[in-house]
Design a protein around this ligand. Structure first.
Ligand code: EPZ
Length: 444
């Protein structure tokens, strides 16, 4: 049984939606609350599955959480943090990658941590080798057992260390930050990720009493302190959700005002959106994204770590590129297997070919390694309705956009995956005049 969304395509999305806190920041700030000996307050918290999973995991460890969903205000009290029962943690395993970020804070607070089977979208191997190497460098013992990975802190506590990342991994940077802030001594992290979500996590940790500096060469320096206090913080908005709705406006010839969209976090996306032929108006509350009429233009696009074009922006934008005149090229350099969603687009009439070669300005880690990580999109190719199944979070949203842009009525199965990262997406669609009907629990 699965949840199906019936979508009558061919109608422009027009109206206003609001984005709240960033899916790829809020859960990390929640984990950071574990590092304090007193309560914290986090604002602009969205009601998404990833927040629910991390709330449940924190609850298992004795953190008391009070979440006012309407106001988006969450209070987290870690005063009684304790070990959680393995079976309970396991029950939540497979739902997210965030549990691995509990390690540093739990090692500081209770001397041990347990990593269940991790979740996350099927867009590549999603290894955790960087994370385990980092924890060992701080002095932790990492014990891989059949039921999961058990990590313990030495009796003398964790010590500051030197970490040089082979790739500016967001998660590995967060792992280092969440562990270094209370380690004894100085930690130097080279080759760090510097996404806006990382910088907002540093804002939170600094409010808690951490001493962190960021150099222009991706070097982060953390001076460990013995105690951290609670924080009060308002999350940055979700720039991935904002860009997803912008791509939907372009693909459906629509006009969407995204309340909460923040220009400085979206500079590269806005440049690309304009080059494809989209238009936008920016004010102090948000950004209006619209199709100004005329043709869309094909482009050559390469995803990269910040400040480059974000990997999570490419899936929704590819749907708009299927409607652009000429040949577009997308070279995905962050994940090795992030074009699986194009199968459904081809089923709907899109003209997309994927390649193992690096079709971009710079050869990447995946060249000559048998990964289909480049795509050529020829357009415009009219899309027609089809019955499709959501593959992952961002690919799922691109399927939704394709169904909204296609002529005819599509049935999109596995739609619930989208609520992992898009708050109230069904209500938002209805508010944008989308002709959608939720068919709950249909036979597959
Ligand atoms: C975060 O994932 C985001 N998820 C992803 O968003 C985002 O695409 C990604 O960062 C890049 O910006 C969350 O924040 C919850 P990485 P993360 O570590 O931290 C390799 C979405 O849809 N790597 O930066 O898991 C890895 O294989 C999701 O919102 C290792 O090799 O990403 C990948 O090729 C999708 N070993 C590259 O680094 C490791 O130990 C980037 O991964 C860790 C990562």
């Amino acid at each position: 049984m699965t949840s199906v969304l019936q979508v009558e395509g061919g109608h422009p999305l027009t109206g206003t939606i609001a984005v709240r806190g960033a899916k790829n920041f809020v859960p990390k700030a929640m984990v950071a609350s574990l590092l304090a000996d007193e309560p914290s307050e986090l604002r602009n918290v969205p009601l998404i599955r990833d927040v629910e999973v991390v709330s449940d995991l924190l609850g298992l460890h004795g953190v008391e959480i009070d979440f006012d969903q309407d106001r988006g205000v969450m209070r987290l009290d870690p005063t009684n943090v304790k070990s959680a029962r393995r079976a309970d943690i396991d029950a939540l395993g497979g739902a997210s990658r965030i549990p691995i970020l509990f390690c540093g804070p739990l090692l500081h607070q209770i001397g041990e941590a347990f990593i269940p089977e991790l979740g996350g979208c099927n867009i590549g191997g999603r290894p955790i080798d960087f994370h385990l190497d980092i924890l060992r460098r701080f002095g932790a013992t990492v014990d891989k057992r059949p039921d999961g990975i058990h990590i313990t802190s030495p009796a003398s506590g964790l010590k500051g260390t030197f970490v040089e990342l082979p790739f500016p991994s967001v998660g590995a940077t967060e792992q280092t930050l969440l562990t270094a802030v209370r380690a004894d001594g100085i930690t130097i992290l080279q080759g760090a990720a510097v996404e806006p979500e990382i910088m907002d996590l540093i804002n939170v940790l600094q409010k808690m009493g951490a001493i962190i500096s960021v150099d222009t060469d991706r070097t982060i320096r953390i001076e460990g302190v013995p105690h951290l206090i609670g924080y009060r913080h308002t999350s940055l908005p979700d720039r991935i959700e904002a860009a997803s709705w912008a791509a939907a406006a372009l693909a459906t010839h629509g006009d969407i005002y995204v309340h909460g969209a923040h220009q400085p976090d979206m500079t590269t996306f806005l440049n690309t959106f304009r080059k494809v032929g989209g238009a936008f108006d920016i004010d102090s509350e948000g950004i209006r994204f619209y199709h100004p009429g005329g043709e869309l233009h094909s482009i050559a696009l390469e995803t990269a770590v910040h400040p480059g074009f974000m990997t999570d922006w490419q899936q929704p934008l590819v749907v708009a590129l299927t409607q652009a005149k000429g040949l577009s090229i997308v070279h995905e350099t962050v994940y090795e297997n992030r074009f699986g969603f194009t199968r459904a687009l081809r089923q709907m009439g899109a003209n997309i070919q994927v390649y193992k070669e690096c079709l971009g300005s710079t050869p990447c880690r995946f060249g000559q390694r048998n990964f289909y990580h480049s795509a050529v999109i020829s357009g415009p190719a009219p899309l027609h309705a089809a019955d499709i199944t959501v593959p992952d979070l961002r690919g799922g949203f691109s399927h939704l956009i394709a169904a909204l842009a296609a002529s005819g009525t599509s049935r999109v199965s596995g739609i619930d995956v989208i609520s992992r990262g898009y708050e109230h997406f069904l209500t938002k669609l209805q508010g944008l005049d989308a002709r959608v009907e939720y068919l709950d629990h249909q036979p597959v």
